[in-house]
Design a protein around this ligand. Sequence first.
Ligand code: ADP
Length: 480
Amino acid sequence: MKRLRSIRWRIQLWYAAFLLAMVVVSGVAVFRLEQENLQRLERAALRDRMDDLFQLLDAPRNEQPGATEGEGEDQPPSPPPRPPAGGPPLGGLQKDDPRFAATQAHPYYFAIWRRDGGFLVSSPSAPKDVPRPEFPAGAPRTRQTDRTRDGYLEIFKATPPGEIILVGRSLGSVEASITRFGWMVVGLGTAIVAFGLAIGWWIADRALRPVRDIGQAAARISAGNLNERIRVTETDTELGALAAVLNDAFGRLEAAVQNQARFTSDAAHELRTPVSVVLAETQLILDDENTNPEARETATVCRRAAQRMHGLIESLLELAVVEGNPQSLEKDDWDLGELGANGVDIMRLLAQEKNIRLTASTTPAHCQCDAERIQQIILNLLSNSIKFSPKGADIEVSSGLENGQAFLRVKDTGPGISADHLPHLFDRFYRVDRSRSRGTGGTGLGLAICKGIAEAHGGTLTAESTAGQGSTFTLRLPVG
Ligand code: ADP
């Protein structure tokens, strides 16, 4: 269903509907024209037969030369056929004239009625009991009229003296050729629609390819490759202009991110020296045996604050490096499962102190990554889980391949994170419970750094959690 809503499918469906309508309308029109044409030809053929009949009836009688003499007073002077009122003779017409032979599949036939309305004669090819034709009221009887009945087409007219002559033919052959033609139109129409749809699909594909390319490039850029740009091949087209505008926007975005990273890095560097001085000076005060207890206590508090600030500065510097310079990653082929198991080994002692069961059930998940940075994510996730989970909790690390990506998952049975906090978890300096986090020495930068590292790899770091039911953090990295 989602597919059908894509632009490509919508174009294709509109195009298919239009093409189908065109083909159906023209198919029906062609079919009707052909049908009329065949019937017109058939009428013309019947007219020819009627003319033949008139000629024959008018020809010298070779059977009973004197037969019409008794009818003389009724006969007009010139050509009209003259079958007598009482019965044969029929001029030159033979009942079994070959033109009306019954041997063909759909033979022509004739039937003649006397002036007094009584049936006179019909060809052997005629169907049984041809009903006497009725002339339309008001029209002269000598005018040729036609009728169709039970699959027969018949034309009839009266001779000036009044005999009714009818010539007809079964419409069977016409109907057969119309049906044949109909199937031909259906076949041709289907072929045109199929061919048209294939061409339409190809055209839509060609037309939308640049849009797809732009979308893919934009997705790569928003995934962290801020230095990438959309390739603009035809600058004077609408899509070329769109690509140029997007490139401009991406350029500005890259500059803004770099500025922010530079500012963070500069500020952190500037703060590093004074904090180091405070650390060194307070250490000196604490090392001096003559320092009185009050001064010692003040120095201890200052030193602790300076140490915290030192940690914060290091994290900010790291964030600046990760976000501002993804090229600094030293990527190689590594197995996320192996890195996860390694992280579990490192953190096992820490977990044991809190009686937490830390297990690894990993399967190979090879990908291109900077092992040191990925190890940093794993240790950060594990240390968070240990830090925030109560004694006796379970933490499980798993890995594998999913949808063409390598993944590593850290799942704990800790306090979980409520839905209000979940969307902000990866924001800088965000801590769910500030007082508790400060107690655990957190700065709220750990997950922001982890996410920055994952995105610099073209991957993602996500969290799923329900308050009170533990949390699951998943790192996904592209395989290639
Ligand atoms: P911090 O330095 O405070 O640990 P992080 O960015 O690593 O900062 O984590 C941000 C916040 O997310 C933490 O303060 C904590 O409240 C919450 N959090 C992180 N991991 C977990 C977890 N496994 N269980 C519960 N809460 C967590």
